[in-house]
Design a binder for this molecule. Structure first.
Ligand SMILES: [Zn+2]
Length: 190
């Protein structure tokens, strides 16, 4: 109790409530503290720290999405029972919970519904690209609004309702991913 009051400042009253008067909380924490480990940072990083999802069919049943993307097709799943079109691709229908889903092609164009700029705290692998644009895109002709990075443009040059188109790109490790760009823009190598 005394140690917490000296180091914890205004945290002391809450600690005294939690710890109770008969067992000093600082002592209890000290006794349970596990030994400190000094493991090196693994390389490559565990996949949960990877911005891009696993694309291998060993790990995910939506691997066909990436197979199609590699060939330039943008796809998702549609429920064969009730016709529900989902984004992102699913392994079960969010409406009827069934798993009779079929892959269907999506339009490659849409319009910006909203957008913003990432100025800091970029996802893994995008730290060098700050600032960059992200946005919500209403795909042409289907009731899907999807989130994506908007490449090859500046925040100042984006407008609500402006047309964007899909762009696929390879990752250094051989995988593939997608983003959007202003319609008609060239796609210099990132
Ligand atoms: Zn369904």
């Amino acid at each position: 109790m005394v140690a917490l009051s000296e180091s914890g400042g205004n945290a002391a009253p809450a600690s005294s409530t939690v710890g109770g008067p008969s067992k000093p909380r600082a002592e209890a924490l000290s006794a349970e503290k596990p030994p400190r480990r000094n493991d090196p940072v693994p390389d490559p990083l565990p996949y949960l720290l990877d911005f891009y999802p696993q694309e291998d069919p060993k790990y995910t049943r939506i691997a066909p999405f990436f197979d199609a993307l590699r060939k330039g097709s943008f796809t998702t799943t549609r429920c064969e029972e009730d016709g529900t079109l989902s984004w992102p691709p699913r392994v079960t229908c969010p409406v009827c919970r069934g798993d009779r889903l079929a892959w269907t092609e999506l339009p490659r164009r849409g319009r910006l519904y909203a957008f913003s700029a990432v100025l800091g705290g970029a996802p893994l692998g995008m730290e060098q690209d700050v600032p960059f644009v992200v946005g919500l895109i209403d795909l042409e002709g289907v009731p899907l609004r999807i989130f994506s990075r908007i490449a090859h443009t500046r925040y100042e040059d984006c407008h609500i309702g402006s047309e964007v188109e899909l762009e696929t790109f390879p990752l250094p490790d051989g995988r593939v991913f997608f983003r959007f760009r202003p319609a008609g823009a060239s796609s210099p190598k990132a």
